[in-house]
Ligand binder design. Structure first.
Ligand SMILES: [Fe+2]
Length: 193
């Protein structure tokens, strides 16, 4: 088992490689323990991050310097925290300029916070009876932006379109220490304009 895991098709269990401050874990836990549905839980967790990432969402507080540099082999996911009861986990994603995910969806709700750089997200819907994808939205998420989503309707692709390393925090309603990543399915389908 390695200290870090690259998000690939074959997910492996991950071990903690960074730190999620207690001032973030505690309000996330409180939101999750309300036991609400996925969409509402994601919204509450997003509120908790917005309230507690201020004043400065500093990547140095969660990842050691070598892991903040990025990896030319692909974007990296580093586990920061896994709740012992498996109800949520927190990772940091590190992207060099131009690196991107495959088009994918997720096993559970997710909340993302951009801590450094900016991320470009495309959102898709299945089209032609599931034989194609249709792009339905594009978002540019700068440093400090927090986004929440919950399946279904969560097919997306994320890319670092900036000129510097991008780092974001991801809170998942799943135990990434066991699953390796949050991807439910990748979509290698043509995209309709
Ligand atoms: Fe994703």
């Amino acid at each position: 088992m390695s200290l870090t895991s690259t998000v690939h098709r074959e997910a492996r269990p991950a071990v903690v490689a960074g730190t999620c401050p207690g001032r973030l874990v505690r309000p996330i836990r409180a939101a999750v323990r309300r036991g609400l549905g996925w969409a509402k839980t994601a919204d509450l967790v997003a509120d908790a991050l917005r309230a507690n990432l201020n004043p400065d969402p500093d990547p140095a507080a969660i990842l050691p310097a070598p892991l903040r540099r990025g990896d030319p082999s692909g974007y990296q996911s580093h586990l920061l925290y896994a709740e012992p009861d498996g109800t949520f986990s927190v990772s940091a994603m590190v992207w060099l300029p131009g690196q991107q995910t495959p088009v994918h969806d997720h096993v559970a709700w997710c909340v993302t916070a951009v801590l450094q750089g900016r991320e470009h997200e495309e959102i898709f819907a299945l089209d032609r009876g599931g034989q194609a994808l249709r792009r339905i939205a594009r978002n540019v998420n700068p440093r400090g932006s927090v986004s929440a989503f919950a399946p279904p309707g969560d097919i997306h692709r994320v890319r670092n379109t900036g000129s510097t390393v991008a780092i974001s925090m991801h809170v998942y309603g799943a135990d990434i220490s066991r699953l390796g990543n949050s991807i439910r399915r990748e979509y290698a389908l043509p995209v309709r304009a």
